[in-house]
Write a protein that binds this ligand. Structure first.
Ligand SMILES: Cc1cc2nc3c(=O)[nH]c(=O)nc-3n(C[C@H](O)[C@H](O)[C@H](O)COP(=O)(O)O)c2cc1C
Length: 338
């Protein structure tokens, strides 16, 4: 599954990924899901100027999961009802975003701090989602201060691994009881940054405790790792799918080691084309920067190239700077070994 990533998980990236599918007669994107970037429930209901772009479910709506973020149960319920009527696979509720600007509003991981509140909200959303799969993406807990949620007894507030798991299981069982059909766990605590490793042992432990499927997410970096994780259960990939949009096709290739033919220069040029086609002009520069922030990691002089591209103010300028780099370094067109 492609992870929901703000300003990244949009149609242009999905098209780019799909372009690598089926390269060696492998079955193509069957079973592969695409989560959208989080959509604000309030903006969706308010009919903001960019909502039609956010709602674009192409190129494969039946494998698309809309992710909703919000703090107000009534709005989440109404927004979910609206999405339920669209052609898509599912609706996911964001309880995993730890960005302070989101948390402060009561959305994202803030939901995980109170089991009863979260369960009541999910109950309302469940009533609204009649046709599509309802899922939740979350972290290990909801309190950036190191304690568990406010619903946890005081003695648990300085939490060790057993406390964290106990709270997580209790939280997820309530969601399961409310009718959630899939949980994706990004096994970091609310305040933890990427430099601390994702603790997949919690994914395994949660799988043992729930009847519904649990997808794991965090730090998958190569097709071989994706293949291994997908062998254990469902797996979600975020940043590595921007660095290597071929990662799903490569993981699905017959021997698990075959990479589709990749040319880095052409791949990014194709992305720029897709961006121009499938995103509004107001989004072009921010989305291009997000993409290149990860994609440039494939290059020997990636930081230098990122800086060059960041100076550009148009897609045309980015394209020219990108081509100029490869004219000077043609050997960089091949990706580093996976
Ligand atoms: C730029 C960026 C934006 C993100 N936006 C979202 C989001 O909108 N919703 C969400 O649930 N998680 C979001 N995440 C978290 C990812 O979905 C994922 O959990 C995290 O990147 C760990 O997976 P990875 O190691 O495969 O990248 C975002 C992550 C990044 C890097």
């Amino acid at each position: 599954m492609l992870a929901p990533m703000a300003e990244i998980s949009h149609r242009a990236l999905r098209e780019l990924i799909e372009g690598f599918e089926g390269f060696a007669g492998e079955p193509g994107g069957e079973g592969q899901e695409y989560f959208t970037e989080m959509l604000s429930a309030g903006a969706l209901l308010g009919g903001g100027p960019f909502e039609s772009w956010y709602l674009d479910a192409g190129p494969c709506p039946r494998r698309l999961v809309y992710q909703l973020a919000g703090a107000d149960p009534a709005r989440l319920e109404r927004a979910a009802a609206l999405l339920d009527r669209r052609d898509c696979l599912g609706i996911d509720i964001n309880m995993g975003c730890a960005a302070p600007a989101i948390r402060r509003t009561g959305a994202g991981t803030a939901w995980m701090a109170d089991i009863n509140k979260a369960a009541a909200m999910i109950g309302r959303v469940r009533d609204a989602v009649r046709q599509r799969r309802l899922s939740v993406k979350l972290r290990l807990d909801g309190s950036p201060g190191g304690g568990l949620g406010t619903a946890a007894p005081p003695q648990e507030r300085a939490a060790g691994p057993a406390d964290i798991l106990e709270y997580l299981v209790r939280f997820c069982r309530r969601l399961e009881a409310e009718g959630v059909e899939l949980i994706t766990l990004h096994p970091r605590r609310a305040g933890e940054k990427f430099k601390r490793r994702a603790r997949w042992e919690y994914v395994e432990a949660l799988r043992r405790e729930l009847a519904i499927p649990v997808a794991g997410n965090g730090d998958i970096g190569t097709a071989a790792e994706l293949l291994r994780r997908a062998g254990e259960g469902r797996a979600m990939v975020g940043r590595a799918a921007v660095r290597q949009p071929w990662i799903f096709a490569e993981a699905r290739s017959p021997a698990g080691t075959g990479r589709p033919p990749v040319n880095l220069e052409e791949t990014a040029l194709r992305f720029l084309e897709l961006l121009a086609r499938y995103q509004p002009p107001e989004f072009h520069i921010s989305r291009a920067r997000r993409f290149f922030n990860y994609f440039c990691d494939n290059l020997k002089w990636g930081t230098h190239v990122k800086n060059l591209l960041n100076r550009e103010q148009s897609l045309g300028g980015i394209e020219r700077a990108w081509k100029a780099y490869f004219a000077a370094h043609p050997e960089e067109s091949l990706p580093p070994p996976g």
